[in-house]
Design a protein around this ligand. Structure first.
Ligand code: AP5
Length: 216
Protein backbone atom coordinates (compact mmCIF):
# COMPACT_ATOMS: atom_id res chain seq x y z
CA UNK A 1 0.00 0.00 0.00
CA UNK A 2 1.17 3.50 -0.85
CA UNK A 3 0.05 6.60 1.02
CA UNK A 4 0.45 9.91 -0.78
CA UNK A 5 1.03 12.67 1.74
CA UNK A 6 1.32 16.37 1.08
CA UNK A 7 -0.47 19.68 1.48
CA UNK A 8 -3.63 20.58 -0.43
CA UNK A 9 -2.65 21.06 -4.07
CA UNK A 10 0.59 19.09 -3.76
CA UNK A 11 -0.48 16.98 -6.73
CA UNK A 12 -1.58 13.87 -4.85
CA UNK A 13 -4.63 13.30 -7.05
CA UNK A 14 -2.71 14.04 -10.25
CA UNK A 15 0.08 11.63 -9.37
CA UNK A 16 -2.28 8.96 -8.01
CA UNK A 17 -4.16 8.80 -11.31
CA UNK A 18 -0.91 8.36 -13.22
CA UNK A 19 0.32 5.70 -10.78
CA UNK A 20 -2.98 3.87 -11.01
CA UNK A 21 -2.61 3.61 -14.77
CA UNK A 22 1.09 2.76 -14.78
CA UNK A 23 1.11 0.19 -11.98
CA UNK A 24 -2.51 -1.11 -12.04
CA UNK A 25 -3.16 0.13 -8.53
CA UNK A 26 -6.49 0.72 -6.84
CA UNK A 27 -6.83 4.46 -6.15
CA UNK A 28 -8.76 5.34 -3.00
CA UNK A 29 -9.25 9.09 -2.67
CA UNK A 30 -11.33 10.06 0.35
CA UNK A 31 -11.90 13.59 -0.97
CA UNK A 32 -13.30 12.22 -4.28
CA UNK A 33 -15.55 9.74 -2.45
CA UNK A 34 -16.87 12.49 -0.17
CA UNK A 35 -17.50 14.81 -3.14
CA UNK A 36 -19.51 11.99 -4.80
CA UNK A 37 -21.57 11.68 -1.62
CA UNK A 38 -22.20 15.43 -1.64
CA UNK A 39 -23.32 15.21 -5.26
CA UNK A 40 -25.65 12.28 -4.48
CA UNK A 41 -27.16 14.25 -1.61
CA UNK A 42 -26.74 11.37 0.86
CA UNK A 43 -26.81 11.93 4.63
CA UNK A 44 -23.03 11.50 4.70
CA UNK A 45 -22.75 14.00 1.85
CA UNK A 46 -24.86 16.55 3.71
CA UNK A 47 -22.70 16.30 6.83
CA UNK A 48 -19.45 16.24 4.89
CA UNK A 49 -20.32 18.97 2.40
CA UNK A 50 -20.64 21.73 4.98
CA UNK A 51 -17.31 20.85 6.57
CA UNK A 52 -15.54 20.50 3.22
CA UNK A 53 -16.83 23.85 2.02
CA UNK A 54 -15.39 25.40 5.17
CA UNK A 55 -12.03 23.66 4.72
CA UNK A 56 -12.45 21.53 7.85
CA UNK A 57 -11.92 17.80 8.19
CA UNK A 58 -14.88 15.42 8.10
CA UNK A 59 -15.21 13.44 11.38
CA UNK A 60 -12.64 10.67 11.67
CA UNK A 61 -15.15 7.87 12.26
CA UNK A 62 -17.04 8.66 9.03
CA UNK A 63 -13.93 8.73 6.88
CA UNK A 64 -12.46 5.66 8.57
CA UNK A 65 -15.64 3.75 7.74
CA UNK A 66 -15.34 4.77 4.08
CA UNK A 67 -11.76 3.52 3.95
CA UNK A 68 -12.59 0.28 5.73
CA UNK A 69 -15.38 -0.39 3.19
CA UNK A 70 -13.10 0.38 0.25
CA UNK A 71 -10.41 -1.97 1.52
CA UNK A 72 -12.80 -4.81 2.24
CA UNK A 73 -13.39 -7.17 -0.62
CA UNK A 74 -10.37 -6.15 -2.66
CA UNK A 75 -8.65 -9.08 -4.36
CA UNK A 76 -5.69 -10.54 -2.46
CA UNK A 77 -2.46 -8.78 -3.43
CA UNK A 78 -4.19 -5.78 -5.02
CA UNK A 79 -1.86 -2.77 -4.83
CA UNK A 80 -3.47 0.32 -3.34
CA UNK A 81 -2.84 4.07 -3.34
CA UNK A 82 -4.40 6.00 -0.50
CA UNK A 83 -4.86 9.66 -1.42
CA UNK A 84 -6.15 11.98 1.33
CA UNK A 85 -6.09 9.38 4.07
CA UNK A 86 -4.77 9.33 6.75
CA UNK A 87 -5.23 13.00 7.52
CA UNK A 88 -4.24 13.04 11.18
CA UNK A 89 -2.64 10.81 13.78
CA UNK A 90 -5.96 9.22 14.81
CA UNK A 91 -6.52 8.08 11.22
CA UNK A 92 -2.94 6.81 10.89
CA UNK A 93 -3.34 4.75 14.04
CA UNK A 94 -6.66 3.42 12.75
CA UNK A 95 -4.98 2.40 9.50
CA UNK A 96 -2.12 0.68 11.32
CA UNK A 97 -4.68 -1.29 13.32
CA UNK A 98 -6.71 -2.50 10.35
CA UNK A 99 -3.62 -3.30 8.27
CA UNK A 100 -2.28 -5.37 11.13
CA UNK A 101 1.42 -5.22 10.28
CA UNK A 102 1.09 -4.95 6.48
CA UNK A 103 3.73 -2.69 4.95
CA UNK A 104 2.73 0.87 4.18
CA UNK A 105 4.93 3.03 1.99
CA UNK A 106 4.48 6.73 2.52
CA UNK A 107 5.44 9.15 -0.24
CA UNK A 108 5.44 12.74 0.94
CA UNK A 109 5.10 15.20 -1.95
CA UNK A 110 6.76 18.36 -0.70
CA UNK A 111 5.59 21.62 -2.29
CA UNK A 112 6.20 25.26 -1.34
CA UNK A 113 3.18 27.20 -0.12
CA UNK A 114 3.39 29.78 -2.94
CA UNK A 115 3.18 26.98 -5.51
CA UNK A 116 0.26 25.41 -3.63
CA UNK A 117 -1.71 28.66 -3.81
CA UNK A 118 -1.04 28.97 -7.55
CA UNK A 119 -2.15 25.40 -8.16
CA UNK A 120 -5.35 25.58 -6.14
CA UNK A 121 -6.51 28.88 -7.56
CA UNK A 122 -6.07 27.54 -11.12
CA UNK A 123 -7.44 24.04 -10.57
CA UNK A 124 -10.51 22.95 -12.51
CA UNK A 125 -11.98 19.48 -12.61
CA UNK A 126 -14.32 17.64 -14.90
CA UNK A 127 -17.63 16.81 -13.25
CA UNK A 128 -18.13 13.89 -15.67
CA UNK A 129 -14.83 11.99 -15.79
CA UNK A 130 -13.06 13.57 -12.81
CA UNK A 131 -9.95 14.59 -14.76
CA UNK A 132 -8.00 17.29 -12.95
CA UNK A 133 -6.88 20.30 -14.98
CA UNK A 134 -5.01 23.49 -14.34
CA UNK A 135 -5.66 26.62 -16.32
CA UNK A 136 -1.97 27.11 -16.96
CA UNK A 137 -0.67 23.54 -17.27
CA UNK A 138 -0.66 22.12 -20.81
CA UNK A 139 -2.68 20.59 -22.38
CA UNK A 140 -5.44 22.16 -20.30
CA UNK A 141 -5.52 25.42 -22.22
CA UNK A 142 -9.28 25.61 -22.26
CA UNK A 143 -10.81 27.15 -19.17
CA UNK A 144 -14.17 25.49 -19.54
CA UNK A 145 -13.95 22.08 -21.29
CA UNK A 146 -12.33 18.82 -20.27
CA UNK A 147 -9.66 17.76 -22.78
CA UNK A 148 -10.50 14.09 -22.15
CA UNK A 149 -14.30 14.01 -22.54
CA UNK A 150 -15.33 17.53 -23.54
CA UNK A 151 -17.56 18.08 -20.50
CA UNK A 152 -17.72 21.28 -18.52
CA UNK A 153 -14.90 22.07 -16.12
CA UNK A 154 -15.74 23.44 -12.69
CA UNK A 155 -13.89 24.93 -9.75
CA UNK A 156 -14.09 23.20 -6.37
CA UNK A 157 -15.88 25.29 -3.75
CA UNK A 158 -13.02 24.71 -1.35
CA UNK A 159 -10.54 26.21 -3.81
CA UNK A 160 -11.82 29.70 -2.99
CA UNK A 161 -9.08 31.81 -1.42
CA UNK A 162 -10.61 32.07 2.06
CA UNK A 163 -11.21 28.31 2.26
CA UNK A 164 -7.73 27.48 0.96
CA UNK A 165 -6.14 29.37 3.86
CA UNK A 166 -8.23 27.36 6.34
CA UNK A 167 -7.31 24.09 4.58
CA UNK A 168 -3.65 25.03 4.92
CA UNK A 169 -4.13 25.78 8.65
CA UNK A 170 -5.75 22.38 9.06
CA UNK A 171 -2.92 20.76 7.10
CA UNK A 172 -0.20 22.23 9.31
CA UNK A 173 -2.05 21.53 12.54
CA UNK A 174 -3.38 18.05 11.83
CA UNK A 175 -1.81 16.44 8.77
CA UNK A 176 1.80 17.65 8.88
CA UNK A 177 2.40 15.78 12.18
CA UNK A 178 2.10 12.60 10.11
CA UNK A 179 5.56 13.31 8.72
CA UNK A 180 6.85 12.78 12.23
CA UNK A 181 4.58 9.75 12.67
CA UNK A 182 5.96 7.97 9.59
CA UNK A 183 9.44 9.36 9.00
CA UNK A 184 11.23 7.07 11.43
CA UNK A 185 10.08 4.06 9.37
CA UNK A 186 12.25 2.90 6.49
CA UNK A 187 9.13 2.91 4.30
CA UNK A 188 8.94 6.73 4.36
CA UNK A 189 9.96 8.59 1.18
CA UNK A 190 9.99 12.23 0.08
CA UNK A 191 9.86 13.77 -3.38
CA UNK A 192 10.23 17.35 -4.56
CA UNK A 193 6.73 18.18 -5.81
CA UNK A 194 7.61 21.67 -7.02
CA UNK A 195 8.68 20.34 -10.42
CA UNK A 196 6.51 19.66 -13.44
CA UNK A 197 4.05 16.77 -13.29
CA UNK A 198 6.15 14.36 -15.40
CA UNK A 199 9.32 14.95 -13.35
CA UNK A 200 7.47 14.37 -10.08
CA UNK A 201 5.94 11.23 -11.57
CA UNK A 202 9.40 9.99 -12.60
CA UNK A 203 10.62 10.28 -9.00
CA UNK A 204 7.55 8.59 -7.55
CA UNK A 205 7.68 5.81 -10.13
CA UNK A 206 11.29 5.08 -9.19
CA UNK A 207 10.21 4.64 -5.58
CA UNK A 208 7.32 2.39 -6.57
CA UNK A 209 9.67 0.34 -8.78
CA UNK A 210 12.05 -0.06 -5.87
CA UNK A 211 9.28 -1.15 -3.53
CA UNK A 212 8.28 -3.81 -6.06
CA UNK A 213 4.74 -4.43 -7.30
CA UNK A 214 4.06 -7.33 -4.98
CA UNK A 215 4.70 -5.22 -1.92
CA UNK A 216 2.62 -2.23 -3.00
P1 AP5 B 1 -9.05 16.29 -0.78
O1 AP5 B 1 -9.86 16.18 -1.99
O2 AP5 B 1 -8.26 15.12 -0.31
O3 AP5 B 1 -8.17 17.60 -0.89
P2 AP5 B 1 -6.65 17.93 -0.49
O4 AP5 B 1 -5.91 16.93 0.29
O5 AP5 B 1 -6.75 19.29 0.11
O6 AP5 B 1 -5.89 17.83 -1.76
P3 AP5 B 1 -6.30 18.41 -3.11
O7 AP5 B 1 -7.28 17.51 -3.78
O8 AP5 B 1 -6.71 19.86 -2.95
O9 AP5 B 1 -4.92 18.48 -3.87
P4 AP5 B 1 -4.02 17.36 -4.54
O10 AP5 B 1 -2.78 17.22 -3.74
O11 AP5 B 1 -4.79 16.13 -4.86
O12 AP5 B 1 -3.62 18.13 -5.86
P5 AP5 B 1 -4.11 17.95 -7.38
O13 AP5 B 1 -3.48 16.74 -7.97
O14 AP5 B 1 -5.58 18.09 -7.50
O15 AP5 B 1 -10.00 16.68 0.47
C1 AP5 B 1 -10.99 17.67 0.35
C2 AP5 B 1 -11.75 17.76 1.66
O16 AP5 B 1 -12.39 16.51 1.96
C3 AP5 B 1 -10.90 18.05 2.90
O17 AP5 B 1 -10.67 19.43 3.09
C4 AP5 B 1 -11.79 17.45 4.01
O18 AP5 B 1 -12.85 18.30 4.31
C5 AP5 B 1 -12.37 16.21 3.34
N1 AP5 B 1 -11.53 15.01 3.56
C6 AP5 B 1 -10.87 14.29 2.62
N2 AP5 B 1 -10.19 13.27 3.17
C7 AP5 B 1 -10.42 13.36 4.50
C8 AP5 B 1 -9.97 12.63 5.62
N3 AP5 B 1 -9.12 11.58 5.48
N4 AP5 B 1 -10.38 12.99 6.86
C9 AP5 B 1 -11.24 14.04 7.02
N5 AP5 B 1 -11.69 14.78 6.01
C10 AP5 B 1 -11.29 14.47 4.76
O19 AP5 B 1 -3.40 19.22 -8.04
C11 AP5 B 1 -3.82 20.53 -7.74
C12 AP5 B 1 -3.71 21.41 -8.98
O20 AP5 B 1 -2.34 21.55 -9.34
C13 AP5 B 1 -4.40 20.83 -10.23
O21 AP5 B 1 -4.95 21.88 -10.97
C14 AP5 B 1 -3.28 20.16 -11.01
O22 AP5 B 1 -3.53 20.14 -12.40
C15 AP5 B 1 -2.09 21.03 -10.65
N6 AP5 B 1 -0.84 20.29 -10.55
C16 AP5 B 1 -0.66 19.07 -9.98
N7 AP5 B 1 0.66 18.75 -10.02
C17 AP5 B 1 1.30 19.79 -10.61
C18 AP5 B 1 2.66 20.05 -10.91
N8 AP5 B 1 3.63 19.17 -10.63
N9 AP5 B 1 2.96 21.22 -11.50
C19 AP5 B 1 1.99 22.14 -11.79
N10 AP5 B 1 0.68 21.94 -11.52
C20 AP5 B 1 0.35 20.78 -10.94
Amino acid sequence: MIILLGPPGAGKGTQAKKLKAAFQLKHIATGDILRQEVQRGSELGKTAGKLMDAGELVPDELVAEIVRNCLEGLPEGQGIILDGFPRNVWQAEFLDRILDGQNVHVINIKVDEREVLKRLSGRRYCKECGKIHHVSVPPSHSLDRCDACGSALVQRKDDREEVVSERLNVYWAQTYPLVNYYSSRNTYHEVDGNREVSRVFESISKIVDTIGHDRV
